[in-house]
Design a binder for this molecule. Structure first.
Ligand code: SF4
Ligand code: SF4
Length: 322
């Protein structure tokens, strides 16, 4: 009998919600487990990195990698899996675009270390110690991964063959992706394995979205009792759906929560946040500059909202110290 395809599932800077999404395949996970040989899945099974290092180049058919890259251990593992795998799937918003961990790019590494190891009210660190990549203890050297200046999406570090966005990706798209690999029915490399139309096109509230939106006041979702049928933007509540790829099942919208953008941009758009912000300007209804400024000032943390899942892959990418 021919060997089963080998699959590695690995986490970088990730909350492991993507691992849970794989388990959420329910019965389909049994079919997948039967069809493949899982050679690495740290959250579920005890494999050693060494056994991956000993593999031939390309011996793994598919590496499913979730999480962003923030330190040198994550970089090393991403490069190792790239070398040993025929296909790499960037799985979830963090691997695809940097994810919520990528919001850290609004701060420098120095700012983060100062807060975490010195300034936070709960910290007691009289010697101002900071983590070191090498520390000598009783004649032995202990090592820690190097914490990078900023968070990276996976394709900053290695070449990626396919992308499956979402926080986390939904089970139907995961199953489609895995079976496309097993049945050799994959689209061209570089494809995002989700529909390319915008979320608004799939949204059950789309019909209530006026052709010409005019917003004179922005409200935050917790400040109002949002109408459950009406388009959020028509209610003056930020919803980034016009700039975001569909395929999530409109999960947030169906629970009366506006879209924050975990599926990333549609094909042909690099920066969904910038696209949304530029379109937002044309929606503001004001008679003069003062009124328009007042409306804009009513938007809390616009950059944090529009780049919640995608700052490291946006044109802005990170705080520039200079
Ligand atoms: S803006 Fe949001 S609520 Fe309105 S149609 Fe688009 S996705 Fe739906
Ligand atoms: S509605 Fe937006 S934030 Fe929510 S799951 Fe869908 S793409 Fe992600």
């Amino acid at each position: 009998m021919a060997d089963k395809p080998k699959v590695a599932i690995y986490w970088l800077a990730s909350c492991a919600g993507c691992d849970e999404a794989i388990v959420d395949l329910n019965e389909a996970i049994l079919m997948v487990a039967d069809a493949v040989d899982i050679v690495l899945w740290p959250v579920a099974l005890d494999f050693k990195y060494e056994s991956i290092r000993k593999m031939e180049k390309g011996e793994i058919t598919l590496a499913i990698i979730h999480g962003a890259v923030r330190n040198s251990e994550q970089e090393e593992m991403a490069k190792l899996l790239r070398e040993k795998s025929q296909l790499v799937l960037a799985f979830g918003a963090c691997a695809c675009f940097g994810g919520t961990a990528g919001l850290a790019n609004f701060r420098s590494k120095e700012d983060i270390f100062n807060w975490v190891y010195q300034d936070a009210p709960t910290v007691v660190n009289p010697n101002m110690n900071r983590p070191q990549t090498e520390t000598s203890v009783n004649g032995n050297t202990l090592t820690l991964p190097e914490f990078f200046e900023r968070v990276h999406p996976l394709n900053d570090i290695i070449s990626v063959d396919y992308y499956l966005p979402g926080c986390p990706p939904p089970p139907d798209l995961i199953a489609n992706a895995v079976f496309a690999v097993l049945e050799d029915k994959l689209p061209p490399r570089g494809t995002t394995l989700a529909p390319s139309k915008p979320l608004c096109d799939a949204c059950p509230r789309n019909r209530s979205k006026p052709l010409r939106l005019e917003i004179s006041e922005f409200k935050r979702i917790h400040e109002v009792e949002a109408n459950e049928d009406q388009c959020f933007l028509a209610q003056g509540i930020l919803c980034i759906g016009p700039a975001i790829r569909s395929g999530c099942g409109e999960t947030c919208i169906r629970t009366n929560t506006p879209c924050r953008g975990c599926f990333g941009p549609v094909d042909g758009v690099d920066d969904a946040g910038a696209k949304f912000i530029s379109s937002l300007a044309s929606l503001i209804s004001a008679d003069n500059e003062e009124e328009s400024q007042k409306t804009i000032d009513g938007i809390a943390d616009l950059a944090g909202y529009c780049y919640r899942f995608s700052l490291p892959s946006a044109s802005l990418k990170h705080k520039n110290k200079e």
